[in-house]
Design a protein around this ligand. Structure first.
Ligand SMILES: CC(C)(COP(=O)(O)OP(=O)(O)OC[C@H]1O[C@@H](n2cnc3c(N)ncnc32)[C@H](O)[C@@H]1OP(=O)(O)O)[C@@H](O)C(=O)NCCC(=O)NCCS
Length: 155
């Protein structure tokens, strides 16, 4: 597995992966392209055997704050540590650019993703009522990057 920055030829497979993972809440092609152009190395792609297996899109939201705007691993590649590797890389990037805080939004019922985030020091800061549509709440999760967090080993 190799992690590298986004390139234009990733647009189609990543659009597909976004739709597969998030359905109506996925980023459209134009948004992905603009992240690809403006994210300054913060759009990470995990490759397996020359194919896109996963991506992680990050966004600077303030002087010292960053957001995980999207992370998704293709179904057949999940539970192999790719999500962990992408977040590890993203955290390194945030810290190398002076980041002190990372945030993200996640569906309240997405326990798989929340467990991964908790291992990186994320905790729920706020419940976002109706964030994913009527009766579909989200959590705003926050991690303090100044703490020397390394992902905790799975139980
Ligand atoms: C959430 C998501 C990104 C996690 O990606 P992943 O690559 O499966 O994550 P990891 O493999 O690093 O960790 C996931 C689990 O696999 C386990 N795992 C990691 N490496 C493993 C290995 N080699 N063998 C077996 N299990 C392994 C981890 O311990 C972890 O277990 P747990 O969370 O059940 O305790 C992925 O499930 C996904 O794309 N979901 C759909 C999109 C989504 O919901 N994104 C988040 C939106 S906020």
């Amino acid at each position: 597995m190799k992690i590298r920055p986004f390139r234009l030829s990733d647009l189609k497979p990543i659009s597909r992966l976004e739709r597969e993972a998030f359905g109506p809440h996925s980023f459209d092609t134009l948004s992905l392209l603009s992240y690809g152009i403006f994210s300054r190395g913060g759009f990470l792609v995990a490759e397996e055997d020359g194919q896109v297996a996963a991506h992680c899109i990050t966004k600077r939201t303030g002087r010292n704050s960053w957001e995980i705007a999207s992370i998704a691993v293709r179904l057949e590649y999940r539970r192999r540590g790719i999500g962990t590797a992408l977040l590890t890389e993203a955290f390194q990037l945030f810290r190398s650019r002076g980041g002190r805080e990372a945030t993200l939004e996640v569906k309240v019922d997405n326990r798989d993703a929340q467990r991964l985030y908790e291992r990186f020091g994320f905790s729920v800061k706020e419940r976002l009522h109706g964030y994913y549509g009527p009766r579909h709440d989200g959590f705003l999760m926050v991690a303090d990057l100044s703490e020397s967090q390394t992902p905790k080993s799975p139980p």
